[in-house]
Design a protein around this ligand. Structure first.
Ligand SMILES: [Zn+2]
Length: 249
């Protein structure tokens, strides 16, 4: 025999269970809304762009450093060639009057050094041009990164503003669901959580017009009768969700 008190308790649990399921659905919907905020997608896309730009910046810096080493090497080589030319010219001055053949040899060597110097100077000019181009490219990348970071900061502000309101509503629903969960019979709560986890987040249906409000499958008359006489909380014979048969809300 079921007493009046038990019926009332069952009714109260059934009502709380429905409200709990509503809170859970609201939380799922709001969480999705938060995930789907266009500003979030924009923010993620911008962060990817920033990563790509940072990689380009790294590449440009490596290239500039390597060209700088090349410039330094060419400058050292040119200084050495200048030294050699000075030495050769000093020698030429010393032998000038005495030995025509030696003088001719020395002048030939000086000519060859001057040609070599000219070639190295061309290389240096070319390396410096490359260095300038690379530096301009890096300046462009630096500017793009700065621009992206400023935009990211503005988007983050927008996300905090738009997402903050949704997060506040999620917290509200979570507080509500915690109070409802605490009011439920622990066994019923555990059953609900298990069914919800197994059934894509929807653990409870209402029994309306001979059907479960979730799966909408027409039930045979004997099943309908069995549910109607089973008390406020049953199980859908089709989708096996908890079925709230009747409730005074
Ligand atoms: Zn069902």
């Amino acid at each position: 025999m079921v007493g009046d008190t038990d019926v009332t308790t069952d009714q109260r649990h059934a009502a709380a269970l429905l409200e709990l399921a509503e809170a859970d659905l609201a939380i799922a919907r709001l969480s999705k809304e938060l995930d789907d905020l266009p500003v979030k997608t924009e923010l993620l896309r911008l962060k990817r762009t920033e990563k790509e730009l940072e990689a380009l910046q790294q590449k440009a810096s490596t290239l500039i450093a390597s060209i700088e080493r090349e410039v330094k090497r060419l400058e050292d080589e040119l200084a050495q060639i200048d030294d050699k030319i000075s030495v050769m010219r000093a020698r030429a001055d010393a032998v000038a009057a005495a030995d025509h053949k030696e003088l001719a040899n020395l002048m030939k060597e000086v000519d060859s050094l001057v040609r070599h110097k000219s070639k190295k100077e061309d290389e240096l000019v070319e390396a410096m041009e490359r260095s300038e181009k690379a530096a301009a490219k890096r300046a462009e990348i630096d500017a793009a990164i700065q621009q992206a970071r400023a935009k990211e900061s503005a988007l983050a502000d927008r996300y905090r503003a738009e997402g903050g309101e949704i997060q506040r509503r999620i917290a509200e629903q979570q507080a509500k669901r915690e109070a409802l969960a605490a009011s439920l019979d622990p066994a019923l709560l555990a059953r609900y959580e298990a069914v919800k986890a197994a059934k894509h987040g929807i653990g409870v249906g209402r029994f309306e017009n001979g059907r479960c409000s979730v799966c909408h499958i027409d039930l045979p008359a004997d099943r309908v009768q069995a549910l109607e006489s089973s008390g406020p909380i049953g199980e859908c014979p089709n989708c096996h969700r908890i079925l709230v048969v009747s409730v005074d809300r």
